[in-house]
Design a protein around this ligand. Structure first.
Ligand SMILES: [Zn+2]
Length: 403
């Protein structure tokens, strides 16, 4: 069995070891040592990186009790090598991992919730929690409360102790859940509230985590997934939020306290302006009614009119069509409003027109890849923005002539 130095001292970054095996595999090499301070990916905590002499350690895994270090070059079996663990990466993982314990322990204490999985991600970490009979989601106020309780433990700088107790001692410990291994059970205890079996690396006291932030939580397959940041990640997140808030405040000439009300006011003004614009556009469209009626072409017993507009809202298009068919019982109209993403289309007809506009519109639009439908006297749909409106209008008239 390899000696796991990280279990004895989580702060050890430099060590000597003897190379016991070297396996070549495609473009990488896998090195085994008689002892190592490199943590292997396990228990939701990612592996360490660093160097073994001149070789870069890119990955660390455990296979059948052997810890293998993936390197960019081979190392001679029997050689004594100098190992160096990338400390900023390791310490970041220690902070995320210990924060995970503290949040999980607090959720257990507060809600009787059981942690079923954890993941220290590159950007953000998550815990999967079985909330049992409770809703698998916390409100922001509940998240804030858990965060505050954990922060109080961090500010008290409660000790974090890791050790290998004997079976008799294990039986006496207030473990949050039963260990998954029977032998060499390692226990981590944080303050007087978190106690659980764990093989990960942890800081020696909670104060070193500095800061935690529960970012969000969501239901996940019947359980709750909670996202959090700890240590410098939480601090950088605060910087990002402040930078974003400051930029928006500068843009709007306001301060963070007044930001919400300020944006609410802008949105309300925008909605009023949109409504006023729509009214204006409707009035302008209705003023076109006479011109459209004069331009109508005879088609057997009835007449057809076609109107094309730029970015006319749906309400204005509808009102214009209604006005035309109310006034002209023998008129069938096709109205098009060309927008950036699609062209809105209305087909409508007066009482004396015997054709079904819903079917006519569906068939006409289908020719150009559009969709829509409606009632016998009024139908609505849309065409892709690139569709040729003049050709669609021509099809409308041809189909009416053929009916
Ligand atoms: Zn742990």
């Amino acid at each position: 069995m390899v000696q796991t130095l990280f279990h004895q001292d989580a702060y050890l970054t430099d060590f000597q070891a003897v190379v016991t095996a070297c396996r070549a595999q495609e473009d990488a090499y896998w090195i085994a040592l008689d002892n190592t301070a490199f943590y292997d990916t396990s228990g939701g905590q990612p592996n360490d990186t660093g160097t073994l002499d001149q070789a870069q350690v890119l990955d660390v895994i455990k296979e059948n009790g052997v810890i293998w270090h993936r390197t960019d070059r081979p190392l001679a079996v029997g050689a004594v090598v100098q190992g160096h663990v990338d400390w900023p990466r390791r310490f970041d993982h220690m902070c995320q991992h210990a924060a995970d314990h503290m949040i999980a322990g607090m959720l257990w204490q507060k809600y009787g919730a059981t942690t079923i999985g954890l993941h220290t991600g590159q950007q953000i970490s998550s815990i999967d929690v079985d909330m049992h009979a409770l809703e698998p989601k916390l409100t922001r106020a509940q998240m804030d409360e858990i965060e505050l309780l954990v922060m109080q433990q961090i500010q008290r700088d409660v000790p974090i102790r890791c050790w290998f107790p004997d079976p008799q001692e294990i039986a006496s410990l207030p473990l949050r859940k039963a260990p998954t291994v029977k032998e060499n059970v390692r226990v981590v205890q944080i303050g007087d509230y978190e106690c659980v079996a764990c093989g990960g690396t942890h800081p020696s006291s909670a104060g070193q985590i500095g800061l935690i932030k529960i970012v969000s939580c969501q239901p996940n397959r019947g359980n709750m997934r909670l996202f959090f940041l700890a240590g410098q990640r939480a601090y950088r997140y605060f910087q990002q939020l402040q930078n974003a808030t400051d930029s928006v405040c500068a843009l709007l000439s306001t301060n963070p306290e007044a930001l919400y009300a300020h944006v609410e006011g802008i949105l309300s003004q925008r909605q009023q302006a949109q409504q006023a614009l729509a009214q204006l556009q409707t009035q302008q469209a209705l003023a076109q009614a006479d011109t459209l009626i004069q331009s109508a072409l005879p088609c057997g017993e009835i007449r057809t009119a076609v109107g094309t507009f730029d970015s006319l809202p749906e309400t204005a298009l509808r009102e214009l069509a209604s006005k035309l068919i109310d006034q002209q019982s023998d008129l069938a109209v096709a109205l098009f409003s060309k927008g950036a993403e699609k062209t809105l289309v209305v087909f409508a007809c007066g009482k004396a027109v015997p054709f079904k506009m819903g079917n006519l519109l569906r068939e006409t639009l289908a020719v150009f890849g559009g969709r829509g439908g409606g009632k016998p006297d009024f139908a609505m749909g849309s065409l892709p923005a690139k569709a040729d409106i003049q050709k669609a209008a021509a099809v409308f008239r041809q189909k009416i002539a053929a009916l």
